[in-house]
Design a protein. Structure first.
Length: 356
C-alpha cells in the first residue's frame, strides 16, 4: 500500500517541478500610489475544515505575495456572506468575485458537475484522474461549460473518496443493507447495489453513527473522517476509494478577472495551476503519512478491495455512468473518456454500451 502511494508521490513531484518551472512569473513592484484590488472570496469550508488553511489561506497568502499586495483576497468561510449552495449564482452575478464550491452545488446548471463530483468507481489511482483532468481535457471541458455563465473555473485538487464503516466491506455483498451517510451520485449507486444511502448534514453524522441511524459515512477521505471524529465510532476504513473527483472548485467572475492588470491576471491563472499540483501532491503525502499514525491512535483496519471485487463494483456502476451520459452531449463525451481510459489499461474489456 505504502509503495503504491510513494510511487504516485514521485509522479506528482515530477509534474509539480515542470509546472512550477513553466509558470514562473516575475512580479512587478507596486507603482507609487497604486491601491490594492480587493476581492471577496467565500469558501464552502468552515474555519475548522482541514482544507481551509492549505487551500484558501495558502492562495490568499501566495497571491498577495506574488503581486506584492496588489491583489488581496478577503476570505469568508461557509455561509458568512451567502448560503454555500448559492455561491455559483453569486459569482455569476458579480455579487462576489471568487467562490470555492463543490461542483454538485451547481450541477443543475452545469451537468458536467456531476462527473466532476466523481462517477462511482471511475478510477483506481490519483494519477489517473489527474491525467483525465489535465491531459485528456476534462478540466478544459468544465472551464468551457462555466464560461457560458461568465465564470472562470479551476480545480483545487483531485483525490479519492473513502468511506468509514462499523463493519468490514471486503466484498460486493458486504455493502448490501449497509446504511451509509453520503450524497449525490454515490448515494444513488450504494442504494442500487443493495445498500441504504442516508443523507444528513455533516454536523449530525457523528450522532447518527453513535445512535446507529447509520453504520458508515463518507466525508472526503480518511483525513476528513478523522477531523469529524468518525474513527471514535468506526472500526473500518475502506482504503480503496469509491470514486475520484475534483470535489472543490475555484470559481471566478470573468468580468472581474478581465479587469485585472494583465500581469496580475497571468499571475493568478498560473497560481491556480501550481496550486492544483501542490495540493494534490500534498494530500497524497498526508494520506501516506497519517495512515499508520491514525491506525495506531484509533485501532481501525484499512481495507483494500481485491482486483476481482473492484471489477464487480465498477461494473455495477456502469448503468449510472450511462444515465449521467444522457444529461448532455458534454456529459456523454466525458463519460466515454472515462470508459476509454479504463479500457486502455485493460479494464472494462467486456463493456457494451446500452442501445439508445
Amino acid at each position: 500500500m505504502k509503495n503504491s502511494v510513494m510511487k504516485k508521490l514521485c509522479m506528482f513531484s515530477v509534474s509539480l517541478s515542470v509546472v512550477c518551472f513553466a509558470f514562473a512569473v516575475n512580479v512587478q513592484e507596486i507603482a507609487a500610489g497604486d491601491k490594492p484590488i480587493k476581492w471577496r472570496v467565500q469558501t464552502h469550508w468552515p474555519l475548522s475544515s482541514a482544507s481551509y488553511r492549505p487551500s484558501a489561506v495558502w492562495m490568499k497568502n501566495e497571491i498577495e505575495k506574488r503581486t506584492n499586495g496588489r491583489l488581496v483576497f478577503e476570505l469568508y468561510t461557509e455561509g458568512q456572506l451567502i448560503p454555500s449552495q448559492e455561491m455559483f449564482n453569486a459569482v455569476k452575478r458579480g455579487m462576489i468575485e471568487v467562490a470555492v464550491s463543490p461542483p454538485q452545488y451547481y450541477s443543475s446548471q452545469v451537468p458536467l458537475g456531476q462527473i466532476a463530483s466523481g462517477l462511482p468507481f471511475n478510477f483506481r489511482n490519483t494519477w489517473e484522474i489527474a491525467y483525465y483532468y489535465k491531459w485528456m481535457g476534462f478540466e478544459e471541458m468544465m472551464r468551457e461549460s462555466l464560461a457560458k455563465y461568465g465564470v472562470y473555473y479551476s480545480t483545487d485538487r483531485v483525490y479519492g473518496t473513502q468511506i468509514v464503516t462499523k463493519r468490514p466491506t471486503r466484498t460486493f455483498e458486504d455493502f448490501k443493507g449497509l446504511k451509509i451517510r453520503t450524497t449525490g451520485t454515490l448515494a444513488k449507486y450504494l442504494t442500487e447495489i443493495g445498500g441504504a444511502a442516508v443523507y444528513m448534514p455533516g454536523g449530525e453524522t457523528y450522532t447518527g453513527l453513535a445512535s446507529g441511524v447509520v453504520e458508515g459515512a463518507s466525508w472526503g477521505d480518511m483525513m476528513g473522517s478523522e477531523s469529524m471524529g468518525f474513527f471514535d465510532l468506526c472500526d473500518y476504513l475502506l482504503w480503496t476509494p469509491v470514486n475520484y473527483a475534483g470535489t472543490e472548485t475555484w470559481l471566478v467572475n470573468q468580468k472581474a478577472l478581465d479587469k485585472l492588470p494583465e500581469d496580475i491576471r497571468l499571475i493568478l491563472l498560473n497560481l491556480f495551476e501550481v496550486h492544483f499540483w501542490l495540493r494534490t501532491n500534498e494530500h497524497e503525502r498526508d494520506l501516506a503519512y497519517h495512515l499508520p499514525r491514525f491506525q495506531k491512535k484509533y485501532g481501525f483496519e484499512a481495507i483494500e478491495l481485491s482486483s476481482e471485487e473492484y471489477d464487480r463494483m465498477q461494473e455495477a456502476a456502469l448503468p449510472i455512468w450511462e444515465e449521467i451520459a444522457k444529461l448532455s452531449p458534454e456529459c456523454k463525451k466525458a463519460v466515454q473518456m472515462v470508459i476509454e481510459f479504463n479500457q486502455s489499461l485493460g479494464r472494462l474489456q467486456n463493456y457494451k454500451p446500452q442501445e439508445e
